[in-house]
Ligand binder design. Structure first.
Ligand code: EPS
Length: 394
């Protein structure tokens, strides 16, 4: 990987940290740019009380000077405002771990049980603090820097919700601009579905239940040939799917037609290659491939769908076992969200941006933005020259 990132931080600890390494020097960045995506992640009908407490924004810790990256690792801090109420429970220095806020009744579907067994903990808080989807704020901050790099090359990444709680949208045009879906409280482009989704969320909240759904991410402005067919770990579809499957509660990823392609004959799946005017690149008759063939971008929009299960903290809790007594119990009811599907779109965008920026850096390299730009321009003219050459040979 050319673009590496890691995060640290517990949900109710002091804050979250994101470290991004591999960005070229000279990339203009501002905290405002990163904060915009952090703000988008916090919204959405169905979020819980925590989002009214937090006001996620970054503080630069390293790697940026006078509004430009230095080529060194970029470190960002997102403070947890809620830390104020959790300082004692989450204190780092040695001492008796406070008994209040202990979690001993693991929630089915959460990391609680497997985590305490694996890490030999008695309090599932030691697990859930890190397993909490709060950590995705740091991923979104990292993704915002990747998006900034893509932006230099005309690549956009947007998303919208296509299903929530069983309500499915009518086939919609992919979002033309990043912010199109942001106007909707559930980040959907279908107004009828929007009303039905909101009603489902309100009903789920009333009955102590939670909801999952599906988001679609679309990236445009891509050059053909990002990723590679030559080795399994260089295929861009695998890299994208791996990243997207790492988002908490995600259970499925589809590219283009996805699972539906398996039921169609080849003639109904593959996108015809149609000759353009003399000297111009050919175009595709459709984009069922979702912008990827042979593990490489085709130059068509990248279309990826991500499915999220319902959040595992139910206010009407499921059956579990108390870790102390081994006896049957009702699962823990931590404050949580009814759904985070609208936020999932923003988080998935961040991962798609990170995967694409990584693939751009792999192909075009460069220690500075200027060097990378030169390399991109060189490839663009090489591609244009190919079709001009073909015209001459006609
Ligand atoms: C989460 C529980 C809730 C959510 C949280 C994820 O937090 P809390 O336990 O503080 O009420 O709000 O999401 C975020 C804090 C966030 O930033 O997305 C969980 O248990 O996963």
């Amino acid at each position: 990987m050319r673009l590496r990132f890691t995060t640290a931080g517990e949900s109710h600890g002091r804050g979250l940290v994101a470290v991004v390494e591999g960005l070229p020097a000279g990339l203009p960045v501002t905290a405002e740019w990163v904060d915009r995506d952090l703000g988008r992640r916090m919204r959405g009908h169905g979020r819980g009380a925590r989002m009214a407490i937090e006001q996620d924004r970054i503080e630069w810790l390293a790697g940026v000077r006078a509004g430009e990256t230095l080529g060194s690792p970029v470190a960002m801090l997102i403070a947890n405002r809620d830390w104020e109420s959790w300082q004692e429970v989450m204190a780092a220095e040695p001492g008796d771990a406070p008994r209040e806020r202990q979690v001993t009744r693991p929630r089915p579907g959460h990391a609680d049980l497997a985590g305490v067994l694996k890490y030999d903990r008695t309090d599932a808080r030691d697990i859930l603090e890190r397993a909490s989807a709060r950590e995705t704020a740091a991923r979104v901050a990292a993704g915002a820097l990747a998006r900034r790099l893509l932006d230099e090359f005309g690549v956009t990444v947007g998303s919208h919700v296509v299903a929530l709680g069983g309500v499915v949208t009518r086939a919609a045009e992919p979002p033309a601009a990043l912010t199109t879906a942001d106007a909707s409280p559930v980040r959907t482009l279908d107004p009828d579905a929007e009303a039905a989704m909101i009603a489902r969320i309100d009903a789920a909240r009333a009955s102590g239940d939670t909801l999952g759904g599906i988001v679609e991410v679309v990236a445009t402005g891509l050059l053909p040939g990002l990723g590679s067919h030559v080795s399994w770990d260089r295929k861009l579809d695998g890299r994208l799917a791996g990243m997207l499957m790492s988002i908490p509660a995600v259970k499925g990823v589809e590219i283009g037609l996805g699972f539906a392609a398996a039921a169609r004959p080849g003639s109904g799946v593959h996108d015809p290659i149609i000759a353009g005017p003399a000297g111009a690149a050919p175009r595709r008759g459709s984009n069922n491939a979702g912008g990827l063939e042979g593990g490489m971008t085709t130059g068509e929009p990248l279309v990826v769908r991500v499915a999220m299960k319902p959040i595992s903290t139910l206010m009407a809790p499921l059956e579990t076992v108390d870790l102390g007594s081994g006896r049957p119990a009702r699962a823990e009811t931590e404050r949580s969200d009814v759904t985070a599907v609208p936020a999932l779109g923003v988080i998935a965008e961040a991962h798609v941006a990170l995967a694409l920026a990584d693939a751009m850096l792999e192909k075009f390299g460069g220690d500075s933005l200027r060097e990378m730009t030169r390399n991109v321009e060189g490839y663009r003219s090489q591609l244009a020259g190919r079709w001009r050459g073909a015209e001459a040979a006609r």
